[in-house]
Design a protein around this ligand. Sequence first.
Ligand code: PEP
Length: 247
Amino acid sequence: MNKLVAGNWKMHGLSSDLAEIKAIDDASRRYPSVDVALCVPAILIERASRAVPNFAIGGQDVHYADKGAHTGCVSAAMLVDAGAVLTIVGHSERREAQRETDAEVKAKAEAALSASLRVILCVGESLEVREAGGAVETVLAQLAASLPDHADAARLAIAYEPVWAIGTGKVPTNDEIEEMHAALRRRLIAAYGDAGRGVRILYGGSVKASNAAEIFAVPEVDGALVGGASLKAADFMPIVAAAAVGG
Ligand code: PEP
């Protein structure tokens, strides 16, 4: 199974950044054993996918409905129409700021999979939960409630993103990552049977060039979801290179 290294550009990216996306596309060709993707703002998807037609461009969210009175939202068919091949769902910034529930995240994942998109479904605990010793239990409950009932394992990835590690420079210990990823793997196998072994489990939260190799060496880490360090090819490509070595 190739490692997946996906960048989450969040609310960053203008036409002037298409050159950076092209640079990442060009450099990624040197690492055919790694699946590389960039999830960009919805409004940039079409321009990005035209600029790099053979590279995986994705969205950062999707609505669960096909169409309708949902001002400001984007459907799975719209993402596909714009050229996206994947989307993130359930990022903690949306779970928190937009108060997205597990049930909504599940519906979004199912809508995206039905539209043939690949899905990166995010789960992760707060610092309070981690410090209280409830991280694994909380994340497994989140996963159970947001996991699509049926999924083509090859098109689904789970991103374990401790909320306290996103954009903070803090990273869990390797043992903490290993414990969580092993628990997620067991839960995926319980949900999907043997196919659950084919769902990639990504780590996300302050991944950068200096810690990527160590993180990719942890068992059951099948890639990374990268925020800040995905905005520039110079920061992102060493992470992709580390995935190629670790793969
Ligand atoms: C993210 O937003 O998904 C993320 C992991 O951000 P960062 O890499 O900046 O911590």
